[in-house]
Design a protein around this ligand. Structure first.
Ligand code: ZN
Length: 437
């Protein structure tokens, strides 16, 4: 019997991948990213050392559905000095200190005037919040509340040396072709500066996944997008509208390294193959997953699942955005993300991709009574254990291959791992008991 190639990793390989993903995350962490600018470029350049990423540059002003590509923002440095000339904060210490998309500033102002531009978290006084103002011109500084509360009256000097000018929006795309013209879409956002779980975890797992799956033959093509949140998916959809019909299923990748268990947000359709594949994949790994219906907020699934596209795209995460206190703050750092959790997320994504890739519908060619398996070398006289499970899978596949059930449905109903069902189908095809529909 021919064995189907698998991309699943053994425990030692998975542990090594976890360390590699975390090391990549640590390396990317300090880069000052935003929805446009050189931080995104250098992030993509770093990823392109490992995977054959195509980098797209889209000019400011290009329409993207109901939106327009914004001006490009770059920050050289920013600092705040107190009444005595002392340095209070400097952008070299954290890319979170500057409100994203701050316009340039170089002025003296009183503490009262300054307060209107400061952002802090009173209930988390040691953390720096992450704030942006992409679509309204503003400037601001973010700092720990403890430090803000200690500021004395007097004259402050603020300098934000930034540029906000016509330029380009940059995104990365990787396509691994399959035998079929249909494809799987995986999308992650790369617009956050020094934040680890949201979303360098998604970026590093996507990169590792691409490295791994590039080596495995596949039926479905695999497309990975590394894009700035919201505007990046809008741009991609606008530019690739005619190709969206090929998307057989997809996931938005984010928050994949915190200590939490898996969480799946369904596609807008709710019953797409991806919505059935994720629970089967996670159960097959012996883990549990919390499942939530689609809602029109969150990450880029908002765009993929807008009614004019209605793509079968869900989002598989660990703890969802906004539901952990470290979210969008300096506490979402490299220590908050664990190598073992990244490794578990990678295993889950590989499993989901393999299920979508291996799913198909067949017809039992000998449906009247059970066909005699022993005669065809499919029945092992000594049962129990692995052999018992293998036989059970053969019987389930034969019984439910009536044209109405795909292999995913057979895995769901039998409770068997998808790989066992797939393997049984391959054996039955070889024995000429099963034919594709
Ligand atoms: Zn975020």
């Amino acid at each position: 019997m021919t064995t189907r190639p698998t991309a699943a990793l053994g425990p030692a390989e998975l542990a090594a991948a976890g360390e590699r993903m975390h090391a990549r995350l640590v390396e990317l962490f300090p880069i000052p990213r935003s929805i446009t600018g050189n931080g995104v470029r250098s992030t993509l350049a770093r990823l392109a050392q490992e995977i054959p990423l195509a980098v797209h540059e889209v000019p400011t002003g290009e329409p993207a559905l109901d939106w327009t590509v914004p001006r490009e923002w770059n920050l050289r440095e920013a600092w705040l000095r107190g009444p005595g000339g002392e340095e209070i904060l400097h952008s070299r210490d954290s890319s979170l200190h500057v409100l994203g998309y701050s316009v340039p500033v170089d002025r003296k102002l009183t503490l009262d005037e300054l307060q209107a531009h400061l952002h802090s978290l009173p209930d988390r006084p040691d953390w720096i919040p992450y704030r942006t103002s992409y679509y309204r011109e503003d400037w601001g500084l973010c700092l720990p509340h403890r430090q803000r509360a200690a500021l004395q009256p007097g004259d402050y000097q603020v300098r934000i040396d930034s540029t906000l000018q016509p330029g380009r929006l940059t995104y990365g795309e990787l396509f691994l072709p399959g035998q079929s013209r249909d494809e799987i879409l995986l999308s992650c956002h790369i617009c956050h500066p020094s934040l680890a779980n949201d979303n360098l975890s998604g970026v590093t797992v996507a990169t590792e996944l691409a490295r791994r799956l590039a080596e495995t033959p596949r039926r479905l093509g695999l497309r990975l997008l590394f894009i700035p949140g919201t505007i990046g998916s809008l741009v991609w959809l606008a530019r690739n509208e005619s190709a969206t019909g090929r998307i057989a299923g997809g996931l938005v990748m984010a928050n994949l390294g915190d200590a939490g268990g898996f969480h799946y947000k369904k596609s807008r359709r709710g019953d797409a193959a991806i919505d059935r594949a994720v629970p089967v994949a996670i159960a097959g790994l012996g883990e549990s997953v919390e499942i939530e219906d689609f809602a029109p907020f969150g990450y880029d699934e908002r765009q993929y699942c807008s009614p004019g596209f209605d793509l079968p795209v869900g989002s598989l995460t660990r703890t969802p955005w906004g539901r952990y206190p470290e979210y969008h703050s300096s506490a979402d750092d490299c220590d908050f993300v664990r190598p073992t959790q990244l490794a578990g997320s990678l295993a889950a994504y590989i499993e989901v991709v393999q299920i979508l890739d291996g799913n198909a519908r067949y017809r039992n060619l000998s449906p009247k009574g059970e066909p005699q398996l022993g005669r065809r070398g499919l029945y092992k006289p000594v049962g129990g254990g692995e052999a018992g499970r293998r036989e059970l899978a053969l019987l389930w596949v034969l019984n439910l291959s009536d044209g109405d059930h795909d292999l995913l449905a057979i895995a769901e109903r039998s409770g068997l791992p998808f790989a066992a069902v797939r393997e049984a189908a391959d054996a039955l095809i070889e024995a000429e008991l099963l034919a594709p529909i």
